[in-house]
Design a protein around this ligand. Structure first.
Ligand SMILES: Cc1ncc(COP(=O)(O)O)c(C=O)c1O
Length: 462
């Protein structure tokens, strides 16, 4: 007997929203229905998703960044099938994994100043590990993080989350965690000067809002960390593995962090995986005696599927020149969106590196537009971006979203395999929708009115 998973999907996929409303997260279903994102995709291939009618969508979310290679990449899939068809001695535990050794060796070739790898199962687990490593290595308790940071949602990571909405309602968090404003070296030095800080953790480019570091920020921050004996931890979970046109985003600023955190696209999106790349002396402080050989770890880390997917992913990044593609097409999109700032008063700023791009909208100058903008802002700050992403999906079949709560920035985090043709699709679609948003009265602002009314109705009905 075998499980016919394809038939099961075909038989039950139409019930997905009902199943989720009943057994999983009902609020998520409500969100999807409210903004019309309940598309019930049937298939994913490369940078595209397909609905029930076979219509093709360009996915600029890439599953929050895991599908840098696009969905179902044949090289990753093939490697995974081979592992499943093999009789590899997976997860023996009282032995070590050959594939993990090779993946660690290959990852460190990209980051030669680091010497050790610790594998995990997710982004937040990489973050948690780095916090423990920093405390163990320095003997200090404090952790510095940046306001608006996102490092994951388990307790340690939540304690260094720079966004209040994620923290509310979950009780007391890890002590010793202190926020400093991103891009503020004076505040950083003030906090470091206490000499109680084990690690400073930072996303080289903040995912929330796609906030760029000022030119000297990361380098000076690293120097300050050195001065005060604090470890510099680069969270490259979103920016790493070629997303910004370099293997690590840190390379753009020529810095060598003490720890580098990876996850998301490391397995091509197929299998959960994460990694902490670190200096040897830090690693050795944690695993310092034989009886502490398993003092930190996780049962499924280093499993063969994750390691094989990681190895295949690195091969594809090289063979398909994905870093170069990200750099070239990212520059193309940045230039195209940059021109829109001049043409459309609602577009305030465009920023990013490679295929991590933020398009920020802001209050317009002209009176008619300003009145509509203010009305929307008063009802729900950040709602304006939904007036762009909804028609992008409905009319242009482009899947994208806002870069964080209450935010006015739409983020492009596309697969790195997109083409010039896809870029033309993106440019034309955004241009049409943004131009439409400048028409008052018009379809976009009517949509705003409907969303406000729907939200009020939903609130009233609890
Ligand atoms: C920069 C960064 N760090 C950590 C995480 C957490 O990763 P995970 O969702 O795999 O726990 C994310 C997820 O979006 C992220 O963007």
């Amino acid at each position: 007997m075998s499980l016919d998973i394809e038939s099961l999907f075909a038989q039950r996929e139409a019930e997905r929203y009902a199943l989720h409303a009943r057994y999983l997260n009902e609020q998520m279903v409500r969100v999807l229905r409210t903004i019309g994102f309940d598309q019930a995709y049937q298939r994913g291939k490369g940078q595209y998703l397909y609905d029930r009618n076979g219509r093709k969508y360009l996915d600029l979310l890439s599953g929050w960044g895991v599908f840098a290679l696009g969905r179902n990449h044949p090289v990753v899939r093939d490697a995974l099938k081979k592992v499943l068809d093999s009789d590899f001695p997976n997860l023996v535990q009282m032995d070590v994994s050959a594939l993990a050794g090779v993946l660690a060796e290959r990852l460190l070739r990209y980051v030669p100043h680091l010497e050790k790898v610790f594998f995990t199962n997710s982004g937040t687990e990489s973050v948690e590990s780095s916090l423990k490593f920093a405390r163990a290595a320095t003997g200090r308790d404090g952790i510095l993080y940046c306001s608006h940071a996102f490092h994951g949602l388990t307790y340690g990571s939540l304690s260094i989350n720079g966004d209040q909405i994620f923290r509310e309602g979950f009780g007391s968090l890890l002590p010793g965690c202190v926020a400093v404003p991103f891009n503020d070296l004076v505040a950083l030095e003030r906090a470091l000067a206490s000499r109680t800080i084990a690690g400073f953790i930072v996303e080289p480019i903040q995912g929330k809002g796609v906030t760029m570091p000022s030119d000297d920020y990361l380098r000076s921050a690293l120097e300050l960390c050195r001065k005060y004996g604090t470890l510099f931890i680069a969270d490259e979970i979103q920016t790493g593995l070629g997303r910004t046109g370099r293997f690590l985003a840190c390379e753009h600023w020529g810095i060598e962090p003490d720890m580098v955190l990876l996850s998301k696209s490391l397995s091509g999106g197929h299998v959960p995986v994460g990694a902490v790349l670190t200096r040897k002396w830090i690693f050795d402080k944690v695993f310092d005696r034989m009886d502490r050989a398993v003092v930190h770890g996780s049962t499924f880390a280093k499993n063969d599927l994750a390691m094989a997917a990681g190895l295949a992913t690195l091969e594809v990044i090289e063979s398909e020149r994905l870093m170069q593609n990200a750099e070239r097409l990212g520059a193309r999109l940045l230039a195209a969106f940059g021109q829109m700032t001049g043409r459309h008063e609602l577009v305030k700023e465009v920023r990013g590196k490679g295929l991590m791009i933020g398009i920020e909208f802001g209050a317009p100058r002209s009176l008619k537009l300003k009145a509509s903008w203010n009305l929307l802002e008063t009802a729900n700050s950040g709602l304006f971006c939904q007036l762009i992403v909804i028609p992008l999906l409905k009319e242009h079949r482009i899947l994208t979203q806002v870069a964080g709560h209450g935010n006015h920035t739409i983020k492009i985090l596309s697969p790195l395999v997109i083409t010039d043709e896809d870029c033309a699709w993106i440019e034309q679609s955004f241009e049409t929708v943004i131009a439409d948003a400048h028409r008052v009265p018009g379809a976009i602002w009517s949509l705003g009115k409907t969303l406000i009314e729907n939200a009020a109705r939903a609130r009233a009905s609890g």
